[in-house]
Design a protein around this ligand. Structure first.
Ligand SMILES: CCCCCCCC/C=C\CCCCCCCC(=O)NCC(=O)O
Ligand SMILES: [Zn+2]
Ligand SMILES: [Zn+2]
Length: 430
């Protein structure tokens, strides 16, 4: 992380030497840039990204995950989609603009957190509280999240862009079973490992109920209705009638099932000490992502009822409710400027619609600074790419990285206006 700090100083010299830009390190490794605009009457906005990544071992990768190798027009590596593309893309856009003598009109902040993948406690949270203490209010905030989706949803022919206007809540539980150790030659009927395995299996076999149509995902499908081919366009325009059938179809695939319900993921499992010792303990970590129409308390209640075994102790590691829904009407400057910029840079998309971000982001730490939080990563995802995020062979095409830089470059310029942008500008301006 220290190397990242040295690296951006080296490759973005204008950002670090411009008289408009103030840079500071927060929480040890996070970066906060304040870009001073000429019009103090325009409320500032914020571009958010993070530099940390989830772990990756070489196994299963076509190239080592931290080698940053290029192959067939793709840059491979952990973080290329989540979220180095944004961390570097935003700074590269600003460097380019400063090189062209750009003078910002509206002030903005760039915040690059260093611990988003582990809650943002020392990065985003500290940056947010620093700005809050200084009385800063933001016009809008743009963060990673949803994307341009191409072929992710059957029945939609053109790619569509979803902007996360909210994100699911989360609860992570530790399940523990303890038992008396002993000799494995005369075992009890059930061991702590068997008891816990049965409990997590019950959780997997009994998914939380479908809530499709009871949350903001309804607006996504209503707004995308015209993008669906016949007869799905009729179905999506009449979800008051067809929601139960649509929910069953969406539940078939993990990516769309995530929109239907609170999801259950058993992510860690440990137990036992030796091959011939009855295990004294077993513990598991289960991560639930909470549908916007449900709460932490409701999920806990349902989980307790499903496990239904007092030998399994349940403790909460972390929990937060689904996030508030940001406005996406015609008068919402933040949503509209992002929507306009998406159409400029991703001219192939048939529609830009609000959506529920199924993953969590640093943006939740900024709730006291603005009600206008939008989660959109300027990346193009095909169905087969979804498994690369936090998975194997994460990669971005060089063309798509460049489009990401263009996206931030245009977003910065478009945000300089006090009004909503009107005409589309040409990409050839660059
Ligand atoms: C037509 C509707 C189809 C919707 C399908 C959703 C497709 C999902 C698209 C993008 C992936 C979402 C990733 C969100 C960013 C996650 C950031 C992150 O890793 N945060 C940490 C965490 O959540 O644990
Ligand atoms: Zn991320
Ligand atoms: Zn991530």
């Amino acid at each position: 992380m220290e190397e990242f700090g040295a690296y951006i100083r080296k490759v973005f010299p204008r950002v670090f030497s411009s008289s408009f830009v103030h840079h500071e390190v927060v929480g040890g490794f996070s970066h906060l840039f304040t870009v001073h605009g000429s019009d103090p009457l325009l409320q500032p906005y914020m571009l958010l990204a993070h530099l940390d990544v989830v772990p990756a071992s070489d196994e299963g990768w076509e190239v080592p995950p931290f080698s940053g190798q290029e192959r067939d027009g793709f840059l491979y590596g952990r973080g290329t989609l989540d979220d180095k593309n944004a961390a570097m893309g935003i700074l590269q856009a600003l460097e380019f603009l400063l090189k062209r003598n750009y003078k910002p009109i509206r002030s903005f902040y760039i915040a690059i957190g260093h611990d988003e993948e582990v809650s943002g406690r020392d990065g985003a949270r500290k940056i947010a509280s620093k700005l809050e203490s200084a009385g800063v209010r933001l016009s809008f905030l743009s963060d990673e999240g949803l994307a341009v989706l191409d072929g992710v949803m059957k029945g939609i022919e053109r790619p569509v862009a979803l902007v996360g206007t909210t994100e699911k809540g989360s609860i992570t539980l530790t399940l523990t079973v303890q038992s008396v150790p002993g000799h494995s030659s005369f075992p009890p009927k059930e061991t702590s490992i068997g008891i816990l395995a049965a409990a997590v299996s019950r959780l997997e076999q009994n998914p939380l109920p479908s809530l499709f149509g009871k949350g903001p995902e309804l607006a996504t499908f209503e707004q995308l209705a015209t993008q669906f081919t016949f007869p799905l366009n009729i179905v999506m325009a009449n979800l008051w009638l067809f929601a139960p059938i649509v929910a069953r179809i969406l539940a078939w695939k993990p990516s769309t099932n995530a929109l239907v319900r609170t999801t259950t993921a058993v992510t860690l499992f440990q137990g036992g000490v030796k091959a011939n010792v009855i295990p004294p303990f077993a513990n598991a970590t289960v991560n639930f992502r909470i549908h916007p129409a449900q709460t932490v308390e409701e999920v806990l209640e349902l989980v307790r009822a499903t496990i239904a075994d007092d030998r399994v102790k349940i403790s909460v590691q972390e929990a937060f409710n689904p996030l508030p829904v940001s406005p996406y009407d015609e008068d919402s400057f933040g949503f509209q400027v992002i929507r306009h910029t998406i159409h400029e840079i991703f001219s192939e998309v048939g529609a830009v619609a609000p959506g529920v971000c199924i993953g969590n982001t640093d943006s939740r730490h900024y709730l006291n600074l603005t009600k206008n939080i939008y989660r959109f990563s300027p990346i193009w995802l095909k169905a087969e790419d979804l498994s690369r995020i936090h998975g194997l062979n994460e990669r971005i095409s060089l063309e798509m990285y460049e489009r990401g830089v263009q996206f931030y470059l245009h977003l910065i310029q478009n945000s300089d206006t006090p009004e909503l942008p009107k005409a589309h500008k040409s990409l050839h301006e660059l």
